[in-house]
Design a protein around this ligand. Structure first.
Ligand SMILES: Nc1ncnc2c1ncn2[C@@H]1O[C@H](COP(=O)(O)OP(=O)(O)O)[C@@H](O)[C@H]1O
Ligand SMILES: [Mg+2]
Length: 301
């Protein structure tokens, strides 16, 4: 399946879009809230029902104990967001000060997400938050760069306004360079357009010199519900936002498959971890799949 990372230059709708995609996916889906600036789902969508005892930070602790512990912790820290258990969320950091502790864990986490996608059949949506730069490159502790390297697609989320485009323009080159040097190539990079302004997709593509791979409508009511500040729409699944998110995911999956098919990058990207540990990782990571499968209801039966 597909691993999609969403990033922004400035708060633009990354978390809302990632959640809309996760909720609308036709396949089992997993949202990993990996914004180093801290997660907002816990206080928002989850209405503070998830304590600090669950979430991303604990995976950094587990990773230090080895891949087995990481695989186990990964499954333990997922929160189901539908009754079938087919949609799950890894809640993010409770404090930006936790981000440096994650720096050495990102490669292993990228690998777990790859396995969940390739072998577990999950669509994995990564909320990688707002990008930070240092000397023209992605900041090593304030951006989860290894997650971007391992993703099939990296989408720069922008709004259809000149302000949003002006800020996003500064991020395209560092992102392109990063994916060229360490990721699956510059073709992984595209735009997710949030349609809240006057700029049309072709104008955005011209301004950023990137393809607009997907677009989502501006729908304040549904977005407010997803942010935990509004009541549930009568038919969430039929909302314009979730409908468009479903369509967007379809386009993105097709784009990712085309890339893989054309061998623009190896079907199994080289994980950014030392060869010895990557060779041993798969069996342990399989433990995550087993645990995730437990109690899951097949939506097709
Ligand atoms: N498609 C949308 N339609 C309407 N409002 C949106 C949409 N996407 C995001 N928003 C709103 O924009 C604000 C920022 O969104 P959020 O997803 O938290 O951005 P980020 O994660 O990039 O900081 C929130 O108030 C959210 O409800
Ligand atoms: Mg966010």
């Amino acid at each position: 399946m597909t691993v999609i990372a969403l990033v922004s230059a400035k708060s633009s709708g990354v978390t809302t879009s990632a959640l809309a995609m996760t909720l609308s996916s036709a396949r089992p889906s997993l949202l990993a809230e990996c914004d180093p600036a801290g997660g907002t789902l816990r206080a928002g969508f989850f209405q503070a029902q998830i304590t600090a005892g669950t979430g991303l930070y604990h995976l950094a602790v587990a990773e230090r104990a080895g891949e087995d512990a990481l695989a186990q912790a990964f499954a333990d820290h997922l929160v189901r967001i539908d009754v079938s258990g087919n949609r799950q969320v890894l809640p993010g950091l409770t404090d930006p000060a936790q981000a440096p502790a994650l720096e050495r864990s990102w490669p292993a986490l990228a690998q777990v997400m790859r396995v969940l996608s390739d072998e577990g059949g999950y669509d994995v949506i990564i909320d990688a938050g707002r990008l930070a730069l240092e000397s023209g490159r992605l900041h090593s502790s304030l951006t989860p760069a290894p997650l971007l390297h391992g993703a099939d697609l990296v989408l720069l989320v922008v709004r259809a306004t000149d302000q949003s485009l002006a800020l996003a323009r500064h991020m395209t080159e560092p992102l392109r360079n990063e994916l060229t040097d360490r990721g699956t190539g510059p073709g992984a990079l595209g735009v997710l357009l949030i349609e809240d302004g006057p700029r049309r997709a072709h104008e955005v593509a011209d301004a950023l010199r990137l393809p607009v791979m997907a677009a989502l409508p501006w729908e304040p009511d549904t977005a407010a519900y997803l942010a935990g500040t509004g009541s549930a729409p009568r038919k969430l699944n039929k909302s314009a936002l979730l409908g468009a998110a479903r369509t967007a995911l379809g386009h993105l999956q097709a784009a990712a498959s085309r890339r893989a098919l054309h061998k623009q990058y190896p079907p199994t990207p080289t994980p950014p971890v030392p060869a010895a540990s990557s060779a041993q990782a798969a069996p342990q990571v399989a433990g995550v799949l087993q645990r995730l499968g437990q109690g899951r209801v097949d939506p097709h039966v």
